[in-house]
Ligand binder design. Structure first.
Ligand code: DQA
Length: 151
C-alpha cells in the first residue's frame, strides 16, 4: 500500500507560522512523524507540498498513474476556495482523507466551507500533527475493508 501525503500553501512554514495555531514543529518533523507511523503499518509514503493550486492538481492527477492507494491531504487555504482540488480527487477516484491541524470548525466563518470534503472518506480536524496519523489509520482501514491487499 502506498499513501501520498499532500500539503498545500503555507504548510512548508510549519514551526514559523502562527505557532499558537499550528504548533512549534516543522514540516520536516511532520514528514518524519507520518513516515514512521505509516512504516509501522507497512505502508509506503510519498510527500508533496506546494503553494500553487495547479501544482496540487497535477500531483493528484499523477497519483492515478503511480500506484498510490490513498491520499492524505491538507489543502490549507485552498480547502475553502478550490473546486479544482475537489474535481481532481473525484477524477482520480483514489480514497482520500482530509486533514486540518487546527480546529477549523471553531475558527472564522470563511473556514467553515470545505469543497474537497465532499470527495473525502473522512475529515480530521483540530488534532495537530497527530491528525495526519489518524488519517493514515482511517485510510488504511477503509482500503482494507474495500479489499485491497496491504503490500
Ligand atoms: C489549515 C486550516 C486552513 O483554514 C488554513 O488556511 C491552513 C491550515 C489547518 O491545517 O488547520 O492553511 O488547513
Amino acid at each position: 500500500m502506498k499513501f501520498l501525503i499532500i500539503n498545500g500553501p503555507n504548510l512548508n512554514m510549519l514551526g514559523i507560522r502562527e505557532p499558537a495555531v499550528y504548533g512549534a514543529q516543522t514540516y520536516e518533523y511532520l514528514v518524519e512523524k507520518v513516515r514512521a507511523h505509516c512504516q509501522n503499518m507497512g505502508v509506503q509514503t510519498e510527500f508533496y507540498q506546494s503553494n500553487h493550486e495547479g501544482d496540487l492538481v497535477d500531483r493528484i492527477q499523477s497519483a492515478y498513474f503511480d500506484g498510490t492507494s490513498g491520499i492524505i491531504i491538507n489543502p490549507g487555504a485552498y480547502t475553502h476556495t478550490s473546486v479544482a482540488l475537489l474535481d481532481a480527487v473525484k477524477a482520480v477516484g483514489i480514497p482520500t482523507a482530509e486533514v486540518h491541524i487546527s480546529d477549523v470548525g471553531q475558527r472564522e466563518d470563511f473556514r467553515q466551507i470545505s469543497y474537497i470534503r465532499a470527495a473525502c472518506i473522512c475529515t480530521i480536524t483540530g488534532r495537530g500533527l497527530d491528525g495526519y496519523c489518524a488519517a493514515a489509520d482511517a485510510l488504511y482501514e477503509y482500503i482494507k475493508s474495500k479489499g485491497e491487499k496491504a503490500l
